[in-house]
Design a binder for this molecule. Structure first.
Ligand code: FES
Length: 106
């Protein structure tokens, strides 16, 4: 299990105990975090699971790959720390991860 904090756009923190091997998106949806739409179900084909990774975690989470980068072109207000939550698979290495949901998805 790893701990996650996903903050909705209004600042409400959702503290989640998540199984390793699952994705950040799956846990956001399962816990009804507002603003994570995940229309494609995790196929990296919709960009509606966009999150901002807290700066302290960027090194450990790492940058998006080329396919994810292309998909992020469709997201709203993309920043240096933007990632698609369906492409972040949880492991002990990112236990404690903290991310924020953008104002809107597109
Ligand atoms: Fe569609 Fe992440 S759920 S890109």
């Amino acid at each position: 299990m790893v701990k996650l904090t996903i903050s909705s756009f209004d600042g409400t923190p959702f503290e989640i105990d998540a199984a390793t091997g699952t994705t950040l998106m799956e846990n956001a949806v399962r816990n009804s975090v507002p603003g994570i739409e995940a229309e494609c179900g995790g196929a990296c084909a919709c960009a509606t699971c966009h999150v901002y990774v807290d700066d302290d975690w960027m090194d450990r989470v790492g940058p998006p790959n080329d396919i994810e980068k292309d998909m992020l072109d469709f997201a709203y207000d993309v920043r240096e720390n933007s990632r698609l939550a369906c492409q972040i698979r949880l492991s002990e290495a990112i236990d404690g991860l903290s991310v924020k949901v953008p104002e809107r998805q597109s």
